[in-house]
Structure formats: C-alpha cells, structure tokens
Design a protein around this ligand. Structure first.
Ligand SMILES: [Zn+2]
Length: 281
C-alpha cells in the first residue's frame, strides 16, 4: 500500500481524512480501455482488479443468466454481521464507438475505489464492487444478480451506488436525483461540499435506465452518478464515444469524490453515533 496518499478536509468542524491512490494510477486504468468484445473488456477489468489487490476468492466471475459474459464481483469484507453496499458499473459497450464514456469511465474506477477503501480500517459494511455485464442488452447482468439473490443476499444490501458515464465534460458528476435515495443524496451533497467538487441533480430520464433500476424496484436505496447533460448524452452509443471525449481532470475528481463518499457512507448509514468521526486508524 505504498501508493496510498491521505487526503484531509474539514467536515462538520472536524478534520476528516480518507485514503486515495495517485491520480496517475487512476488515469492509467482509464487509458487501458479495451475497445473490442465485451468478453475482452471483462478480462481487462479482471486484470485491473487483480493489480489493485483483489485476487483469489475475493474476485469472482458470476454467471449471469442471459449473457455469455459473466458479472465480475470483487468483495471487500466488513463486519461479519454488517450489511452490504454495492458499488456497481457496467463494463459492456454497444458496437459503435469505444464505450469510453459509456461505461469504461465507470467500470475502470472500481479497482481504484476498491484499492483505496481497502486501506480504511474498521469498515462496518461489506462492499461488493460489481462490474455488470450486458447493461446495454437490457440490464442483463444487474437483473440476473437481483434474481439470483432475491431470496438470500438481496436482504443484506443496504445501498447500491451505481456509476454510469462519468467525466464526459468538465463537470465530473451529477446525481440522477429523481431516482436517488434522499439519505444517500444528502451524504453525497455534504461530501461534495467538503471537497469543493460541484455536484448537482440532473435527471437523465430521456436517456433511459441504469443497472440501479432492478434494485430500486426491490426497494433497495440507490444512487446513480453520471455526467450527462444535453450535449454529452448525444455522444453515447455513437462513434463519438471515445477516450478523447473524457475530461481527465473531471475523471480524477470523480475518483476523489467517490473514494471519500464510500468511506463516508460506510461511517454514516445506520450509525449509532451520527456525528462525524472517521480518522483513518
Ligand atoms: Zn451505460
């Protein structure tokens, strides 16, 4: 973990810290995009997770009914009786374009977020970082996960934090406010304010739906982060969806925000003491 940097900010009148990995490392994972078949993108995501330290039984391909390419699940355990938080992003793309915005921008963040959160001691929740397959074919991977787990693990899921199409412009992140859980939104606004990262609500109902939808339908609290506005959503599913369209500074801001947010959500959800604590131990 020699790569870790400790960032510090003022939160609730106190000093609050969270670990990150260097920006160059985060960006390198974005640049290692695989433009070919979805199976190859699955393979690259697995390599990135392995390099980030998620290996062995912690990294598990899970077959998704209806898809030839599995979901990829990296588990970061918390307290044995703790609830689960899912951090999700689809890795598949449509045929046109490189699928850089939609959604290598999200999928390539998962290994980096895993790597920094792993350095936080005393995590209460178990985090599952899930690369979903075949979102573009109708949320196939997410629907399959919900269906396979609805009588078992789904009841443990406290929140789903979905990342789809970020950093497609200088504005790093929007929250899909109309679909988001109010508590998760409140925590996001508080963290964005502390980090001085602009975060606004932007509903993307005209673009369609996301992998959070099957969870939301089961009453699981969800939040979707994206960066789409009236201009950038036109690039999706087209030859314009290329790495060159990604704003690297915004991508790094998105990483920094999400690294802090995951630690914050872990501390705050259902916490007996809801005052801000959270020094890195
Ligand atoms: Zn997408």
């Amino acid at each position: 973990m020699r790569y870790l940097l400790l960032l510090s900010l003022g939160l609730g009148g106190q000093q609050w810290t969270f670990p990150t990995i260097p920006a160059e490392k985060v960006t390198e994972r974005l640049r290692r995009i695989e433009r070919g078949e979805n199976a190859a993108r699955f393979g690259t995501l697995g390599t990135l997770f392995t390099e980030a330290g998620c290996t062995g039984p912690a990294l598990e391909p899970q077959m998704a009914k209806g898809s030839k390419v599995p979901n990829l699940v990296c588990t970061l355990p918390g307290e044995p009786e703790g609830k689960w938080i899912l951090v999700t992003a689809h890795f598949d793309k449509v045929r046109a374009g490189a699928g850089a915005i939609d959604n290598w921008s999200g999928a390539s963040l998962l290994p980096s977020l895993y790597q920094s959160l792993r350095a936080v001691e005393g995590r209460r929740h178990t985090f599952l970082f899930i690369g979903f397959t075949d979102e573009e074919a109708g949320l196939v991977g997410a629907r399959a996960w919900v269906k396979a787990n609805q009588k078992t693990a789904l009841k443990n899921v406290r929140a789903v934090i979905n990342i789809d199409s970020v950093a497609s412009g200088p504005h790093p992140l929007y929250v899909w406010a109309s679909k988001a859980d109010p508590e998760l939104t409140q925590l996001a606004l508080q963290m964005a304010g502390a980090l001085k990262i602009p975060l606004e609500g932007m509903n993307a109902d005209q673009v369609g739906t996301t992998d959070a939808a099957p969870f939301r339908a089961k009453k699981v609290p969800v939040i979707d982060f994206h960066s789409l506005n009236n201009q950038t959503w036109l690039w999706l599913h087209s030859i314009d969806d290329q790495l060159s369209k990604i704003d690297v500074g915004a991508y790094q801001s998105a990483y920094r925000f999400l690294a802090a947010y995951l630690k914050f959500v872990d501390e705050k959800l259902d916490a007996p003491d809801r005052s801000v604590t959270g020094a890195l131990k």
